[in-house]
Design a protein around this ligand. Structure first.
Ligand code: SF4
Length: 474
């Protein structure tokens, strides 16, 4: 859980925003903050001093709901002593559980799905006027098209500006909501709906504004960014030229002052050769990509409905390595998918050895209500999953440590993002390969890109020394 830092302004009400889960939620929280600033709210770090607490929830694991309910219990105690406090629950748990959540936690004033963020100010006013809980769930593209107001008032998250006035170096921009893929383990199509892309001009405008306000790195976000714009073209096949997503990357990369452009998540099924080619042509894309494979066995991938085989995945990795020989690739992996045999799990270990990922996000399979795989009969027991996860993580730890240690003695261009809160004077940044670098400095490095000699490494991060002599404070 990440609390957004507070900003300085002079409004009349205070909001505390708690963000759980993925970068999409971080971006959504920033958009909600932007909307609330328009209603004269300012951020506070403390729920006790807030007039409104927003819990932006994540539903990726079953335990998420229990955590939300437990947190709501704590907030309810604050509300008992401060009856004017409003509680809004947003994000994927709100969408997935809907009004059932209100029955379990009647202290919620506003319940809002991730596709309805623009409704937050209106629902808060209605809740205050009626003293009742207000709900807005679901996804709006089709209803909006019916009444012809799609871009006039837009109820999807993508339509809200995300400018908060904070001079942050690294910012997120949503480019597409939802997913059309229905992988059998995944709840996203149920909680975030079908794909809805933002118009290119709107994305460009928001990214340009963020750069003008100090952003040096932009990460374009979507559940499947490679599908960007296909809904606007009424197709589900990425054109041979890489389609609208490649055009969008070219356009955003051209923004003057932007130093680095990243994107996530890129589904290997829709990953094209022109997109791989762009990595060589456009240095702002850096030398890193997250390409989630999920498993290293064709039968498992087919049962997951990933629409890609191990050989096809390896071919796409090869495309990238032909363009950028030292490209860093990370991935997502699920262990213990229903029916996964020991031999099939071994395929995942083999793939990790073969690809030499820079890092992985590895999870035990967790059945999500409403998904196809939750109904599969051959669920794997917890002990087997624990054991497989431990083996997978041990293998990846060895690879990550080896790759990081190979960085020692290299000079890397590091974009510094923040100063450590626990260790003042330690600045943290990232290399073009998306490796984290920690540097001690007496001057403020935030927002500066500097040449750093790497002098040490472990499986988590690199350490080094800035080479330039004449550093200026940005
Ligand atoms: S592509 Fe990603 S978001 Fe879409 S269903 Fe599959 S795992 Fe979920």
């Amino acid at each position: 859980m990440t609390d957004l830092p507070s900003t300085a302004s002079s409004p009349q009400k205070k909001v505390h925003i708690e963000t759980w889960g993925c970068q999409m939620n971080v971006a959504d929280s920033e958009k909600m903050l932007s909307l609330l600033q328009g209603e004269r709210y300012e951020l506070t770090d403390s729920p006790e001093s807030a007039d409104l607490v927003v819990m932006n929830t994540c539903h990726i694991r079953e335990k998420a709901r229990h955590k939300v309910l437990s947190r709501l219990g704590v907030l309810n105690e604050i509300k008992q002593s401060k009856p004017g406090l409003k509680i809004a629950v947003t994000g994927c748990v709100a969408q997935a559980d809907g009004k059932k959540l209100l029955e379990l936690a009647p202290q919620i004033d506003v319940l809002l799905g991730p596709g309805k963020i623009d409704d937050l100010p209106r629902l808060l006013r209605e809740s205050a006027d009626t003293n009742r809980s207000m709900t807005s769930l679901g996804f709006d593209r089709h209803s909006e098209e019916k009444d012809g107001h799609e871009h006039a008032h837009g109820s999807n998250a993508a339509s809200a500006p995300s400018i908060t006035g904070k001079p942050e170096v690294s910012r997120y921009v949503n480019i597409i909501q939802g997913c059309n893929n229905f992988c059998t383990f995944c709840v996203v199509p149920f909680t975030r709906g079908r794909e809805i892309s933002r118009p290119l001009a709107e994305v460009l405008s928001e990214a340009s504004d963020l750069v003008a306000k100090g952003a040096k790195e932009i990460t374009l976000l979507g559940q499947n960014v490679n599908s960007y714009g296909l809904d606007l073209l009424n197709t589900d096949i990425v054109p041979d030229d890489g389609g609208p997503f490649v055009k969008l990357l070219v356009a955003v990369a051209a923004i003057p002052g932007l130093e680095r452009l990243r994107f996530t998540t890129s589904n290997p099924h829709d990953f094209t050769m022109p997109l791989a080619g762009l990595f060589a042509a456009q240095p702002k894309l850096g030398r890193y990509i997250h390409l989630p494979v999920q498993a290293g066995n064709d039968r498992t991938l087919a049962r997951m409905k990933r629409k890609v085989t191990v050989a096809e995945y390896l071919e796409k990795v090869q495309w990238l390595r032909e363009q950028i020989p030292d490209v860093a690739i990370s991935t997502d992996l699920i262990v213990g998918f229903p029916g996964e045999t020991e031999e099939e799990f071994q395929g995942t270990l083999n793939l990790v050895e073969q690809c030499q990922f820079s890092f992985i996000f590895a999870f035990k399979y967790s059945p999500r209500k409403g998904t196809a795989a939750a109904r599969f009969a051959d669920q794997i027991d917890e002990k087997t999953m624990d054991e497989r996860l431990a083996r997978l993580n041990a293998l990846q730890d060895r690879i990550t440590t080896k790759l990081n240690q190979a960085e020692i003695g290299q000079v890397r261009e590091v974009l510094f993002i923040y100063e450590s809160a626990k260790e003042p004077g330690i600045f943290v940044g990232r290399t073009p390969h998306f490796r984290t670098v920690r540097v001690r400095s007496k001057i403020n490095l935030i927002g500066k890109t500097s040449s750093v000699m790497i002098s040490g490494a472990n499986k988590v991060a690199l350490v080094g020394d800035v080479l330039e002599q004449n550093l200026t404070i940005h």
